[in-house]
Structure formats: C-alpha cells, structure tokens
Write a protein that binds this ligand. Structure first.
Ligand SMILES: *Cc1c(COP(=O)(O)O)cnc(C)c1O
Length: 387
C-alpha cells in the first residue's frame, strides 16, 4: 500500500486511511455475486459509515453503483454540492419543512405517510414539477413504512396526483443477517402480496427493492431490481454468516504516531483515575487519539495497539483526545528489548506486520457491531484516501 503520511501537511498525528482500491474490489465482488441483473445502490448514510460519503460515492459510482442511499436531506445535499449527479434516495421521510431542499437538489424521497406525500406533491405541483418517490412498505421490521395491506390503496389515492410520480416500491429486512430465515421469508411473502395488489390495481411499481447487504449475499430471491449495499461497500461483513460467501476487503484503517514516551517507576499511575499502575520496567507511550475520535472509552485497559508487527496493551483510561500504551522494557529472548520511539506509527485498526486488529475485533470487545465502530471513527479523524 502506498504510504501517504505527509507529515508536513498533517494537523495531528492521528488519522484514518480509506483504501479506494478496497472499495473497488468490494463493488466488483458484489456484482460478481448478484449477477448482471440487479442495479446497485451504494448506501453512504452517516458520512459513508464513517469513511467519507463523497469519496465513497465517487468510487462506488465509478465501479458499478447506479444509485446512492442516504438517511437525510442534508446528506443528499452534501453529495449534490460535491457535484454528484446520480439518483439519490433519502431512505426515510424527512420533515415536510425539508421538501424545498429535497426538490431543489433533486433528491428522491421515501414516502409512507399521506401527510408527507400530499405536502411533497403540492410543493412540486406548485412549481410545475413532479416529485419522484419510492413507497416504503413495512413488512415486519416495524420501523417505518405503510402496512402491506394498505400499500395498494395508498398508491391508488396518489396515482393521479399531478405533482407525484411513483418511481419505486421497497421494504427492509429485520433479520437477513441472522439465523432466523423464517423472518426473511415472512417479510418477503408480505412484500410480494402487496406488490401483487399494486399491480392488480393497474399501478406500475417502478423499481422494486428489498435487499440490504446480508440479504443480497444470502437470499437471491430478495434481489428484485436493485440491491441496497451498505456495509459490504466498505469491506465489512453484515454478520459472521456471510464470511465464507463473499470475499471483501476492509477499506478503513486507523493510525496514529507516538507523541510522548516515558519510563515509569513501579506504582506510578497512568491517566484519569489511575486505573493502571506501572509494574516497573515499562515505558508508557502516548498517541493523540481518544474517545472523541471514536475509540470507545469502554475499551480502556482491554485492547492492544500495534507497532511494527508487535502488539502492546493499551493502559489507563482512554481520554477524549489521547490514550496510552505500555512498552515492556524486559528483554524478550532472541529479539531483545522492543523499542518504541517518538513519532513511531501505531496501528489502532488495520494490519501491522503479521498482526491485524479489525473493526470486528473492536466491535466484539464492545458488544456492538462493526457498523457502529466504523461510524464512530468517522467523527473527527482526518481522512486520507489511498489508491
Ligand atoms: C442502512 C440501510 C441499508 C444498508 O444496510 P447494510 O446492512 O449496511 O447493507 C439498506 N437499506 C436501508 C433502508 C437502510 O437503512
């Protein structure tokens, strides 16, 4: 991998690297897996799962994605302002107050309440326009969407609205990443029944879509016209069940450099609360990366950091902007004593020599999922795009 650490230009000795080549690889792997038929929507909500929405969107669109998915109007506007012209679907209904922006930036909205649909249609019609929308059907996630048995009537009452144009119908699975296959089958059945009613009414549903990453990998019958690929774009697996089914490459890694280093006599405490005390014969090194950068404080004294292919235990409470690790000064057999110096690169997530710490490792330590950890690292760290 090309090294891009331009020390002169860097603001702080901690940063995220995002490997564009990994994203290209993942898009190609998805295309190979789903075949030539379905369109691909790259889901880049929450700043591209922390990776940077604009850069990820550009790479995804250049490598087979035709649509983008976001969570809010503001996220869609950011992509438009960056010059991205691809269709963008806002995956939930925004407040009616956002309709002006939605139309101005030509974002496509999800629709599931009649109030919002009518407000959208009126605003569009008053401007002599038609707003394209996708109907969301709630087939069992019980989060957002119209009830499957109401979908047909909902669309019929909007069918002749001058300001509205139905462009798609979709649903979302609650259990595609788990072992509950019955849940997926139940949701799929409800979705297909609703589609049947819609078609029976003579309404063309447009683009039909249902699959997130897990469903796209595991259930071919959920592909329909388009698959909505979030976590896989970034090279992360939606669950352990997909690891053997598709080869993905994580795009994100997290790095820092040592900004201070000190030898501590036995009994000296480190960081807030002295949750760690020096056992003697150790140095403690500091990096400028803490929970404000996404390194959860719950990991304090419970994780390793990597330097040149060696693992070092993180020690003391993780602070907002910094954390510390222990460098054992005892000689280690043939290798001698491990030395860590000011300015040395520390890998927090990623590969170092033969060792690797993944977002999944961190997620496991926290009792959460890789999605959550990736989003957190997106909060503040400078992002460097490689390749
Ligand atoms: C976030 C999201 C996705 C993407 O899910 P992944 O598991 O990351 O692939 C797809 N559809 C909807 C409606 C979403 O909110």
């Amino acid at each position: 991998m090309e090294k891009t650490d331009d020390q002169a230009a860097t603001q702080r000795w901690s940063w995220m690297e995002v490997d564009r080549e990994a994203i290209r690889h993942n898009l190609k792997a998805v295309r190979r897996h789903i075949g030539a038929g379905p369109l691909i929507m790259a889901v880049v909500k929450s700043d591209g799962y922390g990776h940077g929405a604009v850069e990820v969107a550009r790479v995804a669109l250049a490598n087979g994605a035709r649509y983008l998915g976001v969570a809010s109007v503001a996220e869609g506007v950011e992509l438009r302002v960056a010059g991205i012209m691809a269709p963008i679907l806002v995956l939930a209904e925004p407040p009616a107050a956002a309709i002006g922006q939605l139309l101005h930036y030509e974002l496509t909205s999800c629709v599931f309440t009649m109030d919002f649909a009518l407000a959208l249609g009126e605003t569009a019609a008053a401007a002599g326009r038609q707003a394209g929308y996708h109907l969301k059907i709630d087939t069992g996630m019980n989060r957002i969407g119209v009830h499957p048995s109401d979908a047909g009537d909902f669309l019929r009452s909007l069918d002749f609205h001058a300001g509205l144009r139905l462009e798609g119908v979709f649903t979302h699975f609650a259990t595609a990443d788990g072992s509950d296959e019955m849940g997926v089958r139940m949701q799929l059945k409800r979705f297909e029944e609703a589609l049947e009613v819609i078609r029976y009414m003579g309404i063309a549903p447009g683009i039909i879509h249902a699959a997130n990453s897990a469903a796209a990998i595991r259930y071919r019958q959920t592909h329909f016209d388009l698959v909505r690929i979030g976590i896989m774009t970034y090279g992360l697996h939606p669950s352990d069940l997909t690891r053997t089914l598709i080869n993905l490459r994580p795009a994100m890694s997290i790095h820092a450099r040592v900004i201070d280093l000190k030898s501590l006599p036995v009994g000296e405490g480190v960081s807030y609360g002295f949750t760690y005390r020096s056992p003697g014969n150790v140095q403690v090194a500091t990096i400028p990366l803490g929970y404000g950068d996404g390194l959860a404080r719950e990991l304090s004294n419970r994780m390793d950091l990597l330097v040149e292919g060696h693992a070092f235990p993180q020690v003391g409470n993780i602070c907002m902007d910094m954390c510390m690790f222990e460098v054992d000064q005892r000689p280690r057999g043939r290798e001698g004593r491990l030395e860590v110096r000011y300015g040395d690169e520390v890998v927090v997530v990623g590969r170092s020599g033969a060792l690797e710490i993944s977002l999944d490792d961190i997620a496991r330590g926290l009792g959460t999922i890789n999605y959550d950890v990736a989003c957190r690292f997106g909060l503040r760290l400078e992002k460097r795009y490689l390749n």
